[in-house]
Design a protein around this ligand. Sequence first.
Ligand code: HEM
Length: 487
Amino acid sequence: MFSITMTLLTCFFLITISIILCLVYFRRKFQYFTKRNIIGPKPTLFGNTKEAFFKRKHLTYEVGKIYEDYKNKAPFVGFFNFTTPYLLVIDPELTKQIMIKDFKHFRNNEFSTLSNKKKDPVMALNPFVMRDDEWKEKRTEVAVGMTQNKLKSIFPLIEDVARKFAIYIGQEIEKNSRKTFNARDICVRYTCDTVATCIFAIDGGSFTKDDSAIILMGDKMIRSISDAAKSFLPKRLMPQDVEDFFVYLMEEAIKYRTENGIERDDFLSHIISLKKKKNISDIEMASHGVTFFLDGYDTSSVALAPLFLELARNQKAQDKLRAELREAVGDSSQITYEELMDLPYLDQVVYESLRLTPPLTFSNRECSESIEIEGVKGHKALIEKGLRIFIPILSFHHYFHDPDDFIPERFDHGAVKMSKDKGVLLPFGLGMRFALLQLKAATFEIIRNFRVTLDPKMSTEKVLEIDPDELLMNVKKDGIWLNFEVA
Ligand code: HEM
Protein backbone atom coordinates (compact mmCIF):
# COMPACT_ATOMS: atom_id res chain seq x y z
CA MET A 1 0.00 0.00 0.00
CA PHE A 2 2.81 2.37 1.02
CA SER A 3 4.74 1.67 -2.18
CA ILE A 4 1.62 2.33 -4.37
CA THR A 5 1.08 5.66 -2.62
CA MET A 6 4.76 6.56 -3.08
CA THR A 7 4.61 5.68 -6.80
CA LEU A 8 1.47 7.75 -7.28
CA LEU A 9 2.99 10.70 -5.43
CA THR A 10 6.21 10.46 -7.48
CA CYS A 11 4.17 10.39 -10.74
CA PHE A 12 2.10 13.36 -9.59
CA PHE A 13 5.27 15.25 -8.65
CA LEU A 14 6.96 14.49 -12.00
CA ILE A 15 3.86 15.47 -14.02
CA THR A 16 3.49 18.73 -12.06
CA ILE A 17 7.18 19.58 -12.56
CA SER A 18 6.91 18.81 -16.32
CA ILE A 19 3.82 21.03 -16.67
CA ILE A 20 5.54 23.86 -14.78
CA LEU A 21 8.69 23.52 -16.93
CA CYS A 22 6.56 23.54 -20.10
CA LEU A 23 4.67 26.63 -18.95
CA VAL A 24 7.93 28.42 -18.10
CA TYR A 25 9.35 27.39 -21.49
CA PHE A 26 6.27 28.67 -23.39
CA ARG A 27 6.12 31.85 -21.32
CA ARG A 28 9.75 32.64 -22.11
CA LYS A 29 9.25 31.80 -25.79
CA PHE A 30 6.13 33.94 -26.01
CA GLN A 31 7.98 36.91 -24.57
CA TYR A 32 10.14 37.12 -27.71
CA PHE A 33 8.29 40.09 -29.21
CA THR A 34 7.35 41.93 -26.00
CA LYS A 35 11.02 41.95 -25.00
CA ARG A 36 11.82 43.56 -28.32
CA ASN A 37 8.99 46.11 -28.26
CA ILE A 38 7.27 44.61 -31.28
CA ILE A 39 3.49 44.63 -31.04
CA GLY A 40 1.25 41.72 -31.99
CA PRO A 41 -1.65 39.58 -30.84
CA LYS A 42 -1.34 37.76 -27.51
CA PRO A 43 -0.48 34.09 -28.13
CA THR A 44 -2.46 31.22 -26.60
CA LEU A 45 -0.92 27.84 -25.78
CA PHE A 46 -0.88 27.06 -29.53
CA GLY A 47 0.52 30.43 -30.52
CA ASN A 48 -1.65 32.57 -32.80
CA THR A 49 -2.47 29.95 -35.41
CA LYS A 50 -4.39 27.31 -33.48
CA GLU A 51 -6.93 26.69 -36.26
CA ALA A 52 -4.14 26.00 -38.76
CA PHE A 53 -2.35 23.79 -36.23
CA PHE A 54 -5.46 21.59 -36.04
CA LYS A 55 -5.95 21.82 -39.84
CA ARG A 56 -9.34 23.50 -39.48
CA LYS A 57 -8.23 26.54 -41.47
CA HIS A 58 -5.40 27.32 -43.88
CA LEU A 59 -2.49 29.22 -42.31
CA THR A 60 -3.01 32.01 -44.87
CA TYR A 61 -6.45 32.82 -43.40
CA GLU A 62 -5.27 32.81 -39.81
CA VAL A 63 -2.38 35.12 -40.57
CA GLY A 64 -4.65 37.14 -42.90
CA LYS A 65 -6.87 37.86 -39.90
CA ILE A 66 -3.90 39.22 -37.92
CA TYR A 67 -2.99 41.32 -40.98
CA GLU A 68 -6.52 42.81 -41.11
CA ASP A 69 -6.51 43.54 -37.35
CA TYR A 70 -3.22 45.46 -37.56
CA LYS A 71 -3.50 46.85 -41.10
CA ASN A 72 -3.74 50.47 -40.04
CA LYS A 73 -1.83 50.19 -36.80
CA ALA A 74 1.74 49.09 -37.56
CA PRO A 75 4.13 48.36 -40.44
CA PHE A 76 4.91 44.91 -39.01
CA VAL A 77 3.73 42.74 -36.11
CA GLY A 78 4.99 39.67 -34.33
CA PHE A 79 3.00 36.45 -34.13
CA PHE A 80 3.62 32.82 -33.23
CA ASN A 81 2.99 29.91 -35.54
CA PHE A 82 2.66 27.38 -32.72
CA THR A 83 5.84 28.30 -30.80
CA THR A 84 7.88 29.74 -33.69
CA PRO A 85 8.05 33.56 -33.76
CA TYR A 86 7.39 35.24 -37.12
CA LEU A 87 7.48 38.87 -38.12
CA LEU A 88 4.43 39.58 -40.28
CA VAL A 89 5.01 42.29 -42.87
CA ILE A 90 2.03 44.67 -43.02
CA ASP A 91 3.50 47.57 -44.99
CA PRO A 92 4.07 46.43 -48.62
CA GLU A 93 6.97 48.89 -48.89
CA LEU A 94 8.82 46.74 -46.37
CA THR A 95 8.48 43.73 -48.63
CA LYS A 96 10.62 45.53 -51.17
CA GLN A 97 13.20 46.25 -48.50
CA ILE A 98 13.29 42.58 -47.54
CA MET A 99 13.02 41.06 -51.02
CA ILE A 100 15.21 43.56 -52.91
CA LYS A 101 17.21 46.18 -50.99
CA ASP A 102 18.34 44.06 -48.05
CA PHE A 103 17.84 40.70 -49.72
CA LYS A 104 21.28 39.46 -48.77
CA HIS A 105 20.01 39.26 -45.17
CA PHE A 106 16.88 37.33 -46.18
CA ARG A 107 17.83 34.99 -48.98
CA ASN A 108 16.98 31.75 -47.19
CA ASN A 109 13.44 30.54 -46.73
CA GLU A 110 12.22 28.14 -44.08
CA PHE A 111 11.86 25.27 -46.55
CA SER A 112 15.64 25.22 -46.72
CA THR A 113 15.60 23.18 -43.51
CA LEU A 114 13.64 20.39 -45.18
CA SER A 115 16.18 18.83 -47.49
CA ASN A 116 19.09 16.53 -46.97
CA LYS A 117 21.69 16.08 -49.70
CA LYS A 118 22.43 12.50 -48.76
CA LYS A 119 18.83 11.33 -48.50
CA ASP A 120 17.41 13.52 -51.25
CA PRO A 121 20.18 14.29 -53.74
CA VAL A 122 17.91 15.61 -56.53
CA MET A 123 15.44 17.63 -54.45
CA ALA A 124 18.19 19.09 -52.26
CA LEU A 125 19.47 20.99 -55.31
CA ASN A 126 16.18 22.83 -55.94
CA PRO A 127 16.71 26.57 -55.20
CA PHE A 128 13.53 26.51 -53.12
CA VAL A 129 15.26 24.41 -50.45
CA MET A 130 18.85 25.65 -50.78
CA ARG A 131 20.71 28.10 -48.58
CA ASP A 132 23.27 30.89 -48.85
CA ASP A 133 25.93 30.73 -51.58
CA GLU A 134 24.86 27.32 -52.87
CA TRP A 135 21.34 28.71 -53.32
CA LYS A 136 22.71 31.71 -55.21
CA GLU A 137 24.69 29.53 -57.57
CA LYS A 138 21.85 27.11 -58.38
CA ARG A 139 19.28 29.89 -58.64
CA THR A 140 21.46 31.70 -61.18
CA GLU A 141 21.86 28.49 -63.19
CA VAL A 142 18.05 28.10 -63.35
CA ALA A 143 17.43 31.80 -64.07
CA VAL A 144 19.87 31.91 -67.00
CA GLY A 145 17.87 29.09 -68.59
CA MET A 146 14.81 31.32 -68.86
CA THR A 147 15.91 34.22 -71.06
CA GLN A 148 13.50 35.79 -73.58
CA ASN A 149 15.40 34.09 -76.42
CA LYS A 150 15.05 30.66 -74.85
CA LEU A 151 11.34 31.21 -74.28
CA LYS A 152 10.92 32.37 -77.85
CA SER A 153 12.62 29.24 -79.03
CA ILE A 154 10.32 26.93 -77.01
CA PHE A 155 7.17 28.87 -77.92
CA PRO A 156 6.25 26.51 -80.83
CA LEU A 157 6.41 23.55 -78.40
CA ILE A 158 4.04 25.21 -75.94
CA GLU A 159 1.80 26.38 -78.78
CA ASP A 160 1.60 22.80 -80.00
CA VAL A 161 0.47 21.49 -76.58
CA ALA A 162 -2.06 24.36 -76.27
CA ARG A 163 -3.53 23.29 -79.63
CA LYS A 164 -3.72 19.67 -78.45
CA PHE A 165 -5.56 20.96 -75.38
CA ALA A 166 -8.17 22.68 -77.58
CA ILE A 167 -8.40 19.64 -79.91
CA TYR A 168 -8.96 17.36 -76.89
CA ILE A 169 -11.87 19.50 -75.63
CA GLY A 170 -13.31 19.75 -79.17
CA GLN A 171 -13.16 15.98 -79.67
CA GLU A 172 -14.71 15.22 -76.30
CA ILE A 173 -17.59 17.57 -77.13
CA GLU A 174 -18.08 16.20 -80.64
CA LYS A 175 -17.42 12.47 -80.24
CA ASN A 176 -18.39 11.81 -76.64
CA SER A 177 -21.06 14.51 -76.27
CA ARG A 178 -19.22 15.58 -73.15
CA LYS A 179 -19.31 19.20 -72.16
CA THR A 180 -18.41 19.17 -68.45
CA PHE A 181 -14.76 19.06 -67.38
CA ASN A 182 -12.92 19.34 -64.10
CA ALA A 183 -10.69 22.30 -64.88
CA ARG A 184 -8.08 21.06 -62.38
CA ASP A 185 -7.75 17.81 -64.32
CA ILE A 186 -7.49 19.28 -67.82
CA CYS A 187 -5.12 22.04 -66.70
CA VAL A 188 -2.78 19.50 -65.07
CA ARG A 189 -2.71 17.56 -68.36
CA TYR A 190 -1.79 20.75 -70.21
CA THR A 191 0.93 22.01 -67.87
CA CYS A 192 2.39 18.53 -67.51
CA ASP A 193 2.75 18.13 -71.27
CA THR A 194 4.21 21.61 -71.76
CA VAL A 195 6.93 20.93 -69.22
CA ALA A 196 7.54 17.39 -70.51
CA THR A 197 8.16 18.65 -74.04
CA CYS A 198 10.15 21.76 -73.03
CA ILE A 199 12.40 20.08 -70.47
CA PHE A 200 12.56 16.38 -71.25
CA ALA A 201 11.80 16.66 -74.98
CA ILE A 202 9.07 14.00 -74.76
CA ASP A 203 5.35 13.88 -75.49
CA GLY A 204 3.74 13.38 -72.06
CA GLY A 205 0.65 11.99 -73.82
CA SER A 206 -1.67 13.44 -71.18
CA PHE A 207 -4.42 14.23 -73.71
CA THR A 208 -4.34 10.77 -75.22
CA LYS A 209 -4.02 8.59 -72.09
CA ASP A 210 -5.67 8.73 -68.69
CA ASP A 211 -2.68 7.18 -66.93
CA SER A 212 0.21 9.24 -68.26
CA ALA A 213 3.32 8.06 -66.37
CA ILE A 214 4.66 11.58 -66.00
CA ILE A 215 1.42 12.82 -64.39
CA LEU A 216 1.37 9.85 -62.00
CA MET A 217 4.99 10.45 -61.01
CA GLY A 218 4.43 14.19 -60.73
CA ASP A 219 1.46 13.61 -58.47
CA LYS A 220 3.43 11.21 -56.29
CA MET A 221 6.22 13.77 -56.02
CA ILE A 222 3.84 16.59 -54.95
CA ARG A 223 2.13 14.37 -52.33
CA SER A 224 5.46 13.26 -50.92
CA ILE A 225 6.83 16.83 -50.68
CA SER A 226 3.63 18.03 -49.07
CA ASP A 227 3.72 15.18 -46.49
CA ALA A 228 7.39 15.76 -45.72
CA ALA A 229 6.83 19.49 -45.25
CA LYS A 230 4.00 18.84 -42.77
CA SER A 231 5.79 16.08 -40.89
CA PHE A 232 7.47 16.74 -37.54
CA LEU A 233 10.10 14.09 -38.35
CA PRO A 234 12.68 14.51 -41.17
CA LYS A 235 11.44 12.66 -44.27
CA ARG A 236 12.60 12.23 -47.86
CA LEU A 237 11.02 14.86 -50.10
CA MET A 238 11.12 12.67 -53.20
CA PRO A 239 10.51 8.90 -53.17
CA GLN A 240 13.29 6.80 -54.74
CA ASP A 241 11.17 5.53 -57.68
CA VAL A 242 10.17 9.10 -58.58
CA GLU A 243 13.79 10.23 -58.41
CA ASP A 244 14.89 7.31 -60.62
CA PHE A 245 12.14 8.12 -63.13
CA PHE A 246 13.18 11.76 -63.53
CA VAL A 247 16.92 11.04 -63.56
CA TYR A 248 16.23 8.51 -66.36
CA LEU A 249 14.11 11.02 -68.33
CA MET A 250 16.85 13.62 -68.08
CA GLU A 251 19.60 11.18 -69.10
CA GLU A 252 17.59 10.04 -72.12
CA ALA A 253 16.76 13.61 -73.19
CA ILE A 254 20.43 14.63 -72.99
CA LYS A 255 21.57 11.48 -74.81
CA TYR A 256 19.07 12.01 -77.63
CA ARG A 257 19.99 15.69 -77.98
CA THR A 258 23.75 15.09 -78.05
CA GLU A 259 23.70 11.92 -80.20
CA ASN A 260 21.52 13.59 -82.83
CA GLY A 261 23.43 16.88 -82.75
CA ILE A 262 20.21 18.87 -82.18
CA GLU A 263 20.96 22.56 -81.68
CA ARG A 264 18.24 24.57 -79.99
CA ASP A 265 18.45 27.58 -77.69
CA ASP A 266 16.33 26.16 -74.87
CA PHE A 267 16.50 25.02 -71.25
CA LEU A 268 17.78 21.54 -72.11
CA SER A 269 20.70 22.86 -74.14
CA HIS A 270 21.39 25.31 -71.29
CA ILE A 271 21.70 22.34 -68.90
CA ILE A 272 23.97 20.53 -71.36
CA SER A 273 26.12 23.65 -71.66
CA LEU A 274 26.43 23.80 -67.83
CA LYS A 275 27.88 20.31 -67.97
CA LYS A 276 30.48 21.49 -70.47
CA LYS A 277 31.28 24.80 -68.76
CA LYS A 278 31.06 23.90 -65.07
CA ASN A 279 31.21 20.13 -65.21
CA ILE A 280 28.00 19.78 -63.18
CA SER A 281 27.13 16.20 -62.23
CA ASP A 282 24.34 14.03 -63.69
CA ILE A 283 22.41 14.50 -60.45
CA GLU A 284 22.76 18.29 -60.75
CA MET A 285 21.50 18.11 -64.35
CA ALA A 286 18.53 15.97 -63.32
CA SER A 287 17.80 18.31 -60.43
CA HIS A 288 17.51 21.32 -62.76
CA GLY A 289 15.03 19.35 -64.86
CA VAL A 290 13.04 18.43 -61.77
CA THR A 291 13.02 22.05 -60.50
CA PHE A 292 11.49 23.12 -63.78
CA PHE A 293 9.09 20.20 -63.89
CA LEU A 294 7.91 20.58 -60.30
CA ASP A 295 7.29 24.31 -60.46
CA GLY A 296 6.14 24.51 -64.05
CA TYR A 297 3.64 21.67 -63.75
CA ASP A 298 1.91 22.02 -60.42
CA THR A 299 2.02 25.76 -59.70
CA SER A 300 0.94 26.67 -63.22
CA SER A 301 -1.98 24.24 -63.28
CA VAL A 302 -3.12 25.57 -59.91
CA ALA A 303 -3.05 29.04 -61.52
CA LEU A 304 -4.79 28.11 -64.78
CA ALA A 305 -7.91 26.36 -63.45
CA PRO A 306 -9.18 29.37 -61.43
CA LEU A 307 -8.48 31.60 -64.45
CA PHE A 308 -11.03 29.63 -66.50
CA LEU A 309 -13.38 29.65 -63.50
CA GLU A 310 -13.26 33.46 -63.29
CA LEU A 311 -13.92 33.77 -67.02
CA ALA A 312 -16.89 31.40 -66.66
CA ARG A 313 -18.28 33.58 -63.87
CA ASN A 314 -17.63 36.79 -65.78
CA GLN A 315 -19.05 36.38 -69.27
CA LYS A 316 -18.51 40.03 -70.21
CA ALA A 317 -14.78 39.75 -69.51
CA GLN A 318 -14.70 36.46 -71.45
CA ASP A 319 -16.37 38.10 -74.49
CA LYS A 320 -13.99 41.04 -74.35
CA LEU A 321 -11.01 38.70 -74.13
CA ARG A 322 -12.26 36.51 -77.00
CA ALA A 323 -12.68 39.61 -79.18
CA GLU A 324 -9.08 40.66 -78.44
CA LEU A 325 -7.70 37.19 -79.20
CA ARG A 326 -9.63 36.85 -82.47
CA GLU A 327 -8.67 40.30 -83.61
CA ALA A 328 -5.01 39.55 -82.91
CA VAL A 329 -4.93 36.54 -85.23
CA GLY A 330 -7.36 37.74 -87.88
CA ASP A 331 -7.84 34.98 -90.47
CA SER A 332 -4.45 33.41 -89.93
CA SER A 333 -5.04 31.50 -86.63
CA GLN A 334 -1.30 32.00 -85.99
CA ILE A 335 0.22 34.26 -83.38
CA THR A 336 3.85 35.07 -82.67
CA TYR A 337 5.47 34.93 -79.23
CA GLU A 338 5.76 38.73 -79.09
CA GLU A 339 2.14 39.29 -80.16
CA LEU A 340 0.83 36.85 -77.57
CA MET A 341 2.86 38.34 -74.74
CA ASP A 342 1.82 41.89 -75.71
CA LEU A 343 -1.96 41.38 -75.72
CA PRO A 344 -3.05 43.89 -73.05
CA TYR A 345 -6.40 42.45 -71.94
CA LEU A 346 -5.01 38.89 -71.82
CA ASP A 347 -2.23 40.15 -69.56
CA GLN A 348 -4.76 41.88 -67.30
CA VAL A 349 -6.98 38.80 -67.13
CA VAL A 350 -4.02 36.59 -66.17
CA TYR A 351 -2.82 38.98 -63.46
CA GLU A 352 -6.33 39.60 -62.11
CA SER A 353 -6.84 35.86 -61.75
CA LEU A 354 -3.44 35.48 -60.05
CA ARG A 355 -4.32 38.39 -57.76
CA LEU A 356 -7.48 36.61 -56.60
CA THR A 357 -6.02 33.11 -56.43
CA PRO A 358 -2.22 33.17 -56.25
CA PRO A 359 -0.98 29.55 -56.12
CA LEU A 360 1.47 30.51 -53.38
CA THR A 361 -0.56 32.52 -50.91
CA PHE A 362 2.41 33.51 -48.77
CA SER A 363 6.16 33.56 -48.86
CA ASN A 364 8.57 33.36 -45.99
CA ARG A 365 12.17 34.36 -45.40
CA GLU A 366 14.66 33.70 -42.66
CA CYS A 367 17.00 36.43 -41.44
CA SER A 368 20.59 35.22 -41.89
CA GLU A 369 22.34 38.34 -40.51
CA SER A 370 20.76 40.75 -38.00
CA ILE A 371 19.59 44.06 -39.46
CA GLU A 372 17.50 47.07 -38.44
CA ILE A 373 14.48 47.73 -40.63
CA GLU A 374 12.36 50.83 -40.68
CA GLY A 375 8.66 51.03 -41.52
CA VAL A 376 6.62 54.05 -42.53
CA LYS A 377 6.56 56.80 -39.87
CA GLY A 378 10.05 55.83 -38.72
CA HIS A 379 8.91 52.74 -36.78
CA LYS A 380 12.15 50.72 -36.40
CA ALA A 381 12.83 47.13 -35.44
CA LEU A 382 15.95 45.05 -35.10
CA ILE A 383 15.45 41.78 -36.94
CA GLU A 384 17.72 39.24 -35.35
CA LYS A 385 19.46 36.38 -37.09
CA GLY A 386 17.17 33.37 -37.31
CA LEU A 387 13.85 35.28 -37.10
CA ARG A 388 11.38 34.23 -39.75
CA ILE A 389 9.51 36.74 -41.87
CA PHE A 390 6.01 36.09 -43.21
CA ILE A 391 5.03 37.88 -46.42
CA PRO A 392 1.24 37.67 -46.77
CA ILE A 393 0.89 37.60 -50.57
CA LEU A 394 -2.88 36.99 -50.53
CA SER A 395 -3.48 39.80 -48.02
CA PHE A 396 -1.46 42.25 -50.13
CA HIS A 397 -3.55 41.20 -53.13
CA HIS A 398 -6.61 42.48 -51.23
CA TYR A 399 -5.18 45.99 -51.14
CA PHE A 400 -7.38 46.87 -54.17
CA HIS A 401 -10.99 48.16 -54.26
CA ASP A 402 -13.68 45.43 -54.34
CA PRO A 403 -10.90 42.93 -53.63
CA ASP A 404 -13.02 39.78 -54.03
CA ASP A 405 -14.33 40.78 -57.47
CA PHE A 406 -12.73 39.78 -60.78
CA ILE A 407 -12.12 43.12 -62.53
CA PRO A 408 -9.28 42.89 -65.10
CA GLU A 409 -9.94 46.57 -65.96
CA ARG A 410 -8.38 47.56 -62.62
CA PHE A 411 -5.06 46.89 -64.37
CA ASP A 412 -5.74 49.28 -67.29
CA HIS A 413 -3.02 51.80 -68.22
CA GLY A 414 0.01 49.87 -66.99
CA ALA A 415 -1.37 49.24 -63.48
CA VAL A 416 0.13 45.72 -63.38
CA LYS A 417 3.63 47.18 -63.25
CA MET A 418 2.61 49.94 -60.84
CA SER A 419 1.03 47.40 -58.47
CA LYS A 420 4.13 45.18 -58.62
CA ASP A 421 6.32 48.21 -57.89
CA LYS A 422 4.15 49.08 -54.89
CA GLY A 423 4.61 45.54 -53.57
CA VAL A 424 0.88 44.71 -53.63
CA LEU A 425 0.97 42.25 -56.53
CA LEU A 426 3.45 39.44 -55.89
CA PRO A 427 2.21 36.25 -57.53
CA PHE A 428 5.51 35.04 -58.98
CA GLY A 429 9.04 34.03 -58.07
CA LEU A 430 11.77 32.93 -60.43
CA GLY A 431 9.58 31.18 -63.03
CA MET A 432 7.49 34.20 -64.06
CA ARG A 433 8.38 34.28 -67.75
CA PHE A 434 7.83 30.60 -68.39
CA ALA A 435 4.63 30.55 -66.32
CA LEU A 436 3.17 33.58 -68.11
CA LEU A 437 3.86 31.95 -71.46
CA GLN A 438 2.18 28.70 -70.37
CA LEU A 439 -0.89 30.50 -68.98
CA LYS A 440 -1.31 32.83 -71.94
CA ALA A 441 -0.85 30.17 -74.63
CA ALA A 442 -3.56 27.96 -73.08
CA THR A 443 -5.99 30.82 -72.50
CA PHE A 444 -5.44 31.97 -76.07
CA GLU A 445 -6.31 28.57 -77.62
CA ILE A 446 -9.21 27.75 -75.30
CA ILE A 447 -11.02 31.06 -75.08
CA ARG A 448 -10.86 31.92 -78.75
CA ASN A 449 -12.39 28.52 -79.59
CA PHE A 450 -14.77 27.80 -76.70
CA ARG A 451 -17.29 29.49 -74.44
CA VAL A 452 -16.70 28.46 -70.84
CA THR A 453 -19.60 28.51 -68.37
CA LEU A 454 -20.14 27.37 -64.78
CA ASP A 455 -21.47 23.86 -64.33
CA PRO A 456 -24.44 23.80 -61.91
CA LYS A 457 -22.51 21.55 -59.50
CA MET A 458 -19.93 24.29 -59.07
CA SER A 459 -20.54 26.46 -56.04
CA THR A 460 -21.44 30.07 -56.75
CA GLU A 461 -19.34 31.31 -53.82
CA LYS A 462 -17.12 34.09 -55.00
CA VAL A 463 -13.98 33.11 -53.15
CA LEU A 464 -12.35 29.69 -53.45
CA GLU A 465 -11.67 28.19 -50.04
CA ILE A 466 -8.07 27.03 -49.67
CA ASP A 467 -7.84 23.45 -48.50
CA PRO A 468 -6.28 23.57 -44.99
CA ASP A 469 -4.49 20.32 -45.71
CA GLU A 470 -2.58 21.71 -48.67
CA LEU A 471 0.67 23.32 -47.68
CA LEU A 472 0.97 26.17 -50.13
CA MET A 473 -1.33 25.79 -53.05
CA ASN A 474 -4.79 27.12 -53.56
CA VAL A 475 -6.60 23.92 -54.36
CA LYS A 476 -10.27 23.11 -54.55
CA LYS A 477 -10.54 19.49 -53.43
CA ASP A 478 -13.96 18.87 -55.06
CA GLY A 479 -12.73 20.14 -58.41
CA ILE A 480 -13.55 23.18 -60.53
CA TRP A 481 -16.41 22.03 -62.77
CA LEU A 482 -16.91 23.98 -65.97
CA ASN A 483 -18.89 23.52 -69.19
CA PHE A 484 -17.31 24.08 -72.60
CA GLU A 485 -19.11 24.70 -75.90
CA VAL A 486 -17.77 25.71 -79.30
CA ALA A 487 -17.85 29.51 -79.50
C1 HEM B 1 1.97 30.21 -62.26
C2 HEM B 1 3.11 29.64 -61.99
C3 HEM B 1 4.04 30.03 -60.87
C4 HEM B 1 3.78 30.77 -59.75
C5 HEM B 1 2.47 31.41 -59.33
C6 HEM B 1 5.03 30.84 -59.00
C7 HEM B 1 5.17 31.52 -57.81
C8 HEM B 1 6.32 31.56 -57.06
C9 HEM B 1 6.48 32.26 -55.80
C10 HEM B 1 5.42 33.13 -55.13
C11 HEM B 1 7.73 32.01 -55.35
C12 HEM B 1 8.33 32.47 -54.02
C13 HEM B 1 9.19 33.64 -54.18
C14 HEM B 1 9.93 33.95 -52.93
O1 HEM B 1 9.58 33.56 -51.83
O2 HEM B 1 10.94 34.59 -53.08
C15 HEM B 1 8.38 31.16 -56.33
C16 HEM B 1 9.68 30.73 -56.24
C17 HEM B 1 10.30 29.97 -57.21
N1 HEM B 1 9.78 29.59 -58.43
FE1 HEM B 1 7.90 29.84 -59.04
N2 HEM B 1 6.00 30.13 -59.67
C18 HEM B 1 5.44 29.64 -60.82
C19 HEM B 1 6.07 28.91 -61.80
C20 HEM B 1 7.40 28.60 -61.80
C21 HEM B 1 8.10 27.95 -62.88
C22 HEM B 1 7.51 27.58 -64.23
C23 HEM B 1 9.38 27.79 -62.49
C24 HEM B 1 10.45 27.16 -63.34
C25 HEM B 1 11.67 27.11 -63.12
C26 HEM B 1 9.50 28.32 -61.13
C27 HEM B 1 10.64 28.32 -60.37
C28 HEM B 1 10.73 28.86 -59.10
C29 HEM B 1 11.94 28.76 -58.27
C30 HEM B 1 13.23 28.04 -58.65
C31 HEM B 1 11.66 29.47 -57.09
C32 HEM B 1 12.60 29.68 -55.91
C33 HEM B 1 13.26 30.98 -56.18
C34 HEM B 1 14.21 31.41 -55.14
O3 HEM B 1 14.64 30.63 -54.31
O4 HEM B 1 14.54 32.58 -55.21
N3 HEM B 1 8.27 28.82 -60.76
N4 HEM B 1 7.51 30.89 -57.35
